[in-house]
Design a protein around this ligand. Structure first.
Ligand SMILES: Nc1ncnc2c1ncn2[C@@H]1O[C@H](COP(=O)(O)OP(=O)(O)OP(=O)(O)O)[C@@H](O)[C@H]1O
Length: 741
């Protein structure tokens, strides 16, 4: 009938604690089934932590006590996996390189803010809004469960004294019936409370995770450059669950421990006030023990959480870079990296487990001292005829129930402390500010039919934390349907222009406008509906090709998708796949080449059909042949749209209405291809170096029939996928001043 929590606790390194098969030191009488349960099985309890169940394995316990609560005895509860590791000695005993690892983590990741437990609690408590009535109901169940336990123990005393001692069966029925009724009530309340508690806790986790995930998606690019992806994953999983332990389970645990303490203490005083007093004199020992151990829990919890994140990061980065690993024989180096992180985690984990066990054993010794003192006193009282055996047994039973909630109150602090390490890491994410926000409702411009005029007016920009500006006084205008090409040396600030145009950042000086409206007055979703970005890296969802194209315009029909794929010269290779448009792909897919993936992305942009297009190095990473195959679909995509193309590849430069050359964040030259070549400056040099190796020098005699754009007049029948021969000259080079529209 007791409500209890059997889930994994917020102990340090919980994520890894949950892994099946992990060895963990059991308590003396701990059976194998005391493994940490999966999270779904987490239950809130009348006691804040499972390990703090009454543990009488170290002390004489009346056998009948097994039957007093309709649940496995406390000593069968698991311990270490579900509790904070009060490893005060984590630092004292940890080898020196633990500290080295910790400082290395600190160097790699921005410093996480340090928080007090109550501050962390206050930050997350508002997330329980909407579920507080359920929390109240759970607390009512917890209180009723504690009451039924109290009643059961009193009935046990009654039964012992009136039925067992008198040897009378007739005296048995009345207390037995009452006991049974109390047990049924306790079982019903336990079931309802536990079910509700799991539901409420999981809802909290759901809500918190959605909140963090939603927030993360609004964060600016530099946040992701500064945090390792694996570590962020760990924060969204392990750390989120630790917060639940702090907030929902923490509250229920506190209520449970408080009420259980009050009920059992009242009953103990009612049974024998003098023995109860003796019991309470020793109670502060539990609190002292918890206090002694709480000091370094947070430190080791932090270490474990950080190591969890580091392991996930290494695995994720290593798998993502598998080609580099294999091609450069980095297998041993990667293994060493993982071993180093895993060892850091292992050290923190072992130190935590060791301290946890030490704390547990110390508490058991304290409990034993208390029980022995009470039994000694009780034996003396019985010998004086002032106490019955039933009373002593009931009193001992109360002790078995009383100490755990007292101990839990102390341990609750440890739980909160350990969970605070997760809270700090999560708040580090939640407190990161998005670089831009939607305009306030009153300041937002109402949606309008966008024509596609893009203007940068004296724009300056500096990345957060950067010591020098990336853009300084950049001005450019692209009228509807114009093609503006931005080029310049690597690091000149070209991609930054695209980030400002998509409003990933706001400029520090000047303004960026769409159809004359400053971007900070345009609702973000409206802006991004009307400005399509094709970034350097091809963005592919882990989904079917159909969905990958359809996400350009939610609600698009199959015909729309196919039309876009045809325009992007992707239809033929898609239909050649066994599952056609339903083929599942992912960013590392081997089924499609880089050029084919790029054409899927172009089809998506086609479907999006926005008036402004930003192409950031659209042919980067593609070989000459693949680049050529992408150019025709690109031309179709650009047709009739304002296009800002950021590129080193000057093959399309003759087509541009205007070319801007950036150097160290400044526009150093502006003009058409011809004008800039004639100028003989930076552009001419870039063009010269490009022509030295570029494909623009090819002179085409191709036979392709693509007539979507441009003036090609080939007569062949080659498809986009088929090798179009030597039409490269007409496709992408050797045709100065050819206009796209
Ligand atoms: N998040 C950031 N924080 C600080 N500096 C950054 C950040 N992102 C880029 N920079 C710096 O801004 C400058 C311009 O970067 P940007 O990516 O715009 O250059 P680019 O001209 O597009 O280069 P490339 O042609 O190599 O892609 C570089 O010096 C870069 O190091």
């Amino acid at each position: 009938m007791r409500l209890r929590m059997v889930g994994a606790g917020p102990g340090p390194g919980r994520g890894r604690h949950r892994r099946p098969g992990r060895l963990r030191p059991y308590g003396r009488h701990q059976p194998p089934d005391s493994q940490p349960r999966p999270d779904a099985q987490r239950r809130l309890s009348a006691q804040p932590r499972p390990d703090s169940q009454p543990r009488l394995n170290n002390q004489p316990r009346p056998d009948t006590q097994h039957h007093l609560n309709n649940q496995p005895r406390p000593d069968t509860q698991h311990r270490l996996s579900t509790q904070p590791h009060p490893n005060a000695d984590a630092h004292a005993h940890a080898p020196a390189d633990t500290h080295a690892d910790a400082s290395r983590h600190a160097e790699e990741q921005p410093a996480t803010p340090r928080l007090a437990a109550h501050v962390a609690f206050r930050r997350f408590w508002p997330l329980t809004r909407g579920d507080r009535r359920w929390l109240v109901l759970i607390c009512v169940c917890v209180i009723v469960a504690a009451l039924t336990e109290t009643a059961a123990i009193l009935l046990f005393s009654d039964l012992t004294d009136h039925a067992l001692r008198q040897g009378s069966l007739s005296a048995f029925w009345s207390p037995a019936g009452q006991w049974f009724a109390v047990a049924v009530l306790g079982a019903a309340v336990g079931y309802a409370g536990n079910s509700l508690a799991v539901w409420t806790a999981e809802r909290f986790v759901l809500r918190l995770r959605a909140r963090v995930f939603g927030h993360v998606q609004d964060l600016p690019p530099h946040f992701f450059q500064r945090h390792r992806q694996g570590d962020l994953v760990e924060r969204l999983t392990g750390d989120v669950e630790a917060i639940e332990q702090m907030v929902v389970s923490g509250v229920v645990g506190t209520v449970s421990a408080l009420f259980s303490t009050v009920f059992f203490a009242t009953a103990a005083f009612w049974l024998r006030w003098d023995l109860a007093l003796a019991t309470f004199v020793l109670a502060p020992l539990f609190w002292l023990a918890a206090r002694r151990f709480s000091g370094r829990i947070k430190a080791v919890a932090r270490e474990e959480r950080a190591a969890d994140g580091a392991i996930t990061s290494v695995v994720e980065e290593s798998l993502g870079n598998i080609v580099l690993t294999q091609a450069y024989n980095r297998k041993a180096a990667e293994e060493k990296r993982l071993r180093r992180e895993a060892r850091a985690w292992m050290r923190a984990s072992v130190a935590g487990a060791r301290m946890s066990e030490l704390y547990e054993q110390l508490v058991e010794v304290i409990e034993t001292v208390c029980v022995l003192a009470v039994i000694g006193l009780g034996a003396w009282e019985i010998s004086q005829g002032r106490m019955t055996i039933g009373q002593l047994l009931a009193f001992a039973a109360f002790l078995g129930y009383l100490y755990p909630p007292i101990r839990n109150l102390g341990q609750l602090g440890l739980t909160l402390t350990a969970a605070t390490a997760g809270a700090e890491r999560l708040l580090d994410v939640l407190d990161a500010e998005p670089a831009v926000t939607d305009p306030a409702p009153g300041a937002a411009v109402a949606p309008w039919p966008v024509h596609g005029t893009v203007e940068f007016k004296g724009v300056s920009f500096r990345y957060p934390g950067a010591d020098r500006p990336t853009l300084a006084g950049v001005s450019l205008t692209a009228r509807p349907g114009e093609f503006v090409l931005i080029t310049g040396a690597s690091g000149a600030g070209k991609s930054t222009v695209s980030k400002l145009l998509l409003r990933f950042y706001d400029p520090a000086g000047g303004s960026v406008c769409l159809d004359g409206v400053p971007l900070d007055a345009v609702p973000l979703s409206f802006l991004r509906e009307n400005v399509t970005l094709l970034p350097q890296e091809t963005l592919i969802l882990h989904d079917t090709i159909r969905e990958n194209i359809a996400c350009g315009r939610p609600g698009a029909t199959d015909q729309d998708i196919e039309r876009a794929a045809r325009d992007a010269a992707a239809h033929d290779f898609i239909t050649a796949l066994p599952d056609g448009y339903d083929t599942r792909i992912d960013p590392h897919t081997a089924r499609l080449s880089g050029g084919q993936l790029q054409r899927v992305a172009i089809a998506r942009a086609m479907l999006r059909d926005s008036p402004v297009l930003v192409l950031d190095e659209p042919t980067t990473g593609l070989d000459a042949l693949a680049a050529r195959r992408v150019v025709r679909p690109l031309r179709r995509l650009m047709s009739g749209r304002t296009t800002i193309m950021i590129t080193h590849d000057l093959n399309l430069a003759p087509d541009a209405d205007r070319i801007l050359v950036l150097d160290h964040g400044r526009v150093v030259e502006t003009g058409t291809h011809r004008e800039l070549l004639a100028l003989g400056g930076a552009y001419a040099r870039l063009h010269g170096s490009h022509n030295g190796t570029g494909i623009a020098t090819s002179t085409g005699t191709g036979t392709g029939t693509d007539t979507g754009i441009g003036t090609g007049t080939g007569t062949g029948t080659g498809t986009d996928e088929a090798e179009p021969g030597r039409d490269i000259g007409r496709e992408i080079g050797g045709c100065p001043d050819r206009r796209l529209t």
